[in-house]
Design a protein around this ligand. Structure first.
Ligand code: GLA
Length: 391
């Protein structure tokens, strides 16, 4: 970071920042809509991050300057209520709120936030913001929290304060991400393991295709999918399955008649997606990227047809990817209903691929997509800022 953000902080608060923290957005290689179904996921942190500069205050006020919006929100740590006008502020307030719920005594702070993760793009800018705030607050106010607890509290802030019933994947990877590695997480036991992503050696890269489609109803549709998948699981439990992870497609077929077509399709996605994650991990162990790519395509088909969270703009990436020789796999990423997809692509074919996607999007009258060649980055970090004499 050059000194310009610190100078802006000084200009706004007339005091120097004491701490810088940051947390990454993520892609998810595979394992979509499986986290809240206690299944498997395989995400990776990306180089795009959200940042927080902060300094403690002697009172209970919190002043937060959102640099990207030129907006400020102020609140008292003893009276935290959601903001109607400024959505971004609720992710910050949610973290204070959840820490208070844990019985922690919090003082006020001055803070400035800004970010590189495109908003509402399926790359989890919300988890990046929550985690950068919790990581920064803990370092600034000397609160000792284990990384897992941090991730869980950030998720709770989003579930109970912001009101989106997300699973744990995004907050977990934003805390635990490791450079050039994917992270396999069992969302039931929370056991996890890192798998090196040797993409460079294989001449490959991950391209994010942001459709620029933003669906306002995405969070209610998301909560609805969650409901439907859990209804289906109740039926499977009556047939002897303990959870989705030990349900098989055979068991599902045997329950088809009593389940209803929608829960059946939701369950089929979850069961087959968990299988695909397990196979993907084995492919990664062998650097079998062709094998991984096939699984990506299959995951998209299942998300499109069974979980029904795709849209024409996301399907475009899949369709072009399927027939483009240098594209090994492609699928929507995150919750869906718009946002982004990822493609596993030969580096030398990347520009040509983008051209094809742009041309197709234009032909079909879709918004002009944006592309990000993402590097796999590190999880959340915080560091005290040394006094430099100047501002
Ligand atoms: C969003 C949620 C995650 C996960 C994905 C879908 O990103 O925040 O918890 O459910 O959607 O896999």
């Amino acid at each position: 970071m050059d000194g310009s953000k610190e100078r802006t902080f000084f200009h706004i608060f007339h005091a120097a920042p004491e701490l810088l923290s940051s947390a990454p957005g993520r892609i998810n290689l595979i394992g979509e809509h499986t986290d809240y179904n206690n299944g498997y996921v395989l995400p990776a942190a990306i180089h795009l991050r959200t940042y927080l500069l902060a300094a403690a205050r002697p009172d209970n006020r919190v002043r937060v300057w959102a640099h990207d919006f030129n907006e400020e929100e102020t609140f008292d740590v003893e009276a935290i209520v959601p903001s109607e006008k400024r959505c971004w502020a609720n992710y910050v307030k949610g973290i204070f709120w959840v820490l208070k719920q844990e019985g922690l005594r919090l003082g006020g702070i001055n803070a400035m936030i800004w970010g590189e993760v495109p908003l509402e793009s399926g790359l989890s800018s919300s988890a990046a913001l929550e985690v950068s705030v919790i990581k920064g607050l803990c370092a600034l106010l000397e609160i000792d929290l284990l990384p897992l607890k941090m991730a869980k509290l950030a998720q709770r802030a989003e579930n109970d304060f912001v009101g989106v019933k997300c699973g744990l994947m995004d907050q977990f990877i934003s805390v635990f991400g490791r450079k050039d590695s994917a992270l396999f997480l069992d969302c039931e036991t929370l056991d996890y393991a890192y798998y090196p992503l040797n993409l460079k050696k294989a001449g490959l890269g991950i391209l994010v295709h942001d459709t620029k489609v933003r669906r306002k109803l995405a969070s209610s549709e998301y909560n609805r999918r969650r409901e439907e998948a859990s209804q289906a699981l109740e039926v499977l439990k009556n047939k002897g399955a303990r959870s989705y992870k030990d349900a098989t497609t055979e068991l599902l077929e045997s329950a088809k008649g009593i389940m209803g077509p929608i829960p059946y399709r939701r369950a089929r996605h979850v069961i087959t997606e968990d299988d695909r994650v397990r196979i993907a991990v084995r492919a990664l162990e062998k650097d079998d990227f062709a094998g991984l790519g096939v699984l990506l395509f299959q995951s998209h088909e299942s998300l499109r047809d069974d979980y029904e969270v795709s849209c024409p703009e996301l399907d475009l990436l899949y369709e072009v990817g399927r027939e483009f020789p240098g594209c090994l796999g492609a699928r929507l990423v995150g919750a869906g209903f718009g946002g982004s997809g990822i493609a596993l692509i030969e580096k030398r074919a990347g520009k040509e691929f983008q051209k094809r996607l742009l041309a197709e999007a234009e032909k079909r009258g879709f918004p002009r997509p944006e592309f990000h060649e993402v590097a796999i980055g590190q999880g959340a970090e915080a560091s005290k800022i040394k006094e430099s004499g100047g501002s």
